[in-house]
Design a protein around this ligand. Structure first.
Ligand SMILES: Nc1ncnc2c1ncn2[C@@H]1O[C@H](COP(=O)(O)OP(=O)(O)O)[C@@H](O)[C@H]1O
Ligand SMILES: [Mg+2]
Length: 207
């Protein structure tokens, strides 16, 4: 019997990650009393994560600072795994299953900083030592639809149509480039339909 499960939800801005993470958490929480669940996200609220957030908020040109941002994301991820994800997955309770649901992971670093012009193979190399999720969902939305969904939010560095198209293309290339268990989920459908597709895959792993 598995004692831990590491799930990642990734995709472009406005693809529905936050909503799906919430729905998945609620679903798993009520599905089985043996499940201990942690939801978490990248960038984190740690020292490197906070630097990244600040840069994304203040910088307006999507192509700038690519080396710096990639480096900060790698450092943030190291800390995230060491301090938060790793310890939670390792806790051994009485017959419990530890589940981490993570909103964004190295797939984003590869897709975003790849779209900024860094070499995709190099980015993959920099991330290859990190723990692989048991399953990773890439929520795939048409960038124009995703942008409309987040129209009310303050625009961040990467939230421009042409740039988001490149990011999306990179996400879609990932299953061929990585040996990870990646599922591309069409997230232009209704939230309930998207969640249903995700739930089916998670249920398969849990049975
Ligand atoms: N499949 C969907 N259909 C309609 N609206 C959606 C869908 N997915 C997300 N939304 C809405 O779009 C907005 C952005 O979703 P969110 O989950 O915050 O995206 P992300 O975390 O990927 O940026 C939210 O207001 C959310 O309710
Ligand atoms: Mg979100």
């Amino acid at each position: 019997m598995k004692s831990s499960l590491f799930i990642v939800v990734d995709g472009i801005d406005g693809s529905g990650k936050s909503e799906i993470v919430k729905m998945l958490h609620n679903y798993l929480f009520s599905k089985n009393k043996r499940y201990r669940i942690l939801t978490t996200r990248e960038p984190t609220h740690g020292r490197y994560g906070n630097k990244i957030r600040k840069m994304l908020r203040l910088e307006k040109n999507p192509r700038s600072s690519r080396e710096k941002i990639a480096e900060l994301f790698i450092k943030d991820r190291q800390e995230h795994l060491k301090n938060i994800i790793g310890p939670f997955l390792k806790k051994s309770g009485n017959n419990e299953l530890n589940i981490v649901i993570c909103d964004r992971y190295y797939y984003s670093t590869i897709a975003f900083q790849g779209a900024q012009g860094l070499n995709i193979k190099t980015l993959i190399g920099k991330n290859k030592g990190f723990k692989k999720p048991d399953i990773a969902f890439v929520l795939d939305s048409e960038p124009s639809i995703a942008l409309k969904r987040i129209a009310g939010r303050e625009k961040e560095k990467f939230e421009q149509l042409e740039f988001m198209k490149k990011i999306r293309e990179n996400f879609l290339k990932l299953p061929k480039l990585l040996k990870d268990n990646i599922r591309i989920i069409d997230s232009d459908k209704s939230l309930n339909e998207v969640f249903n597709d995700v739930k089916k895959e998670v249920d398969k792993i849990l049975t």
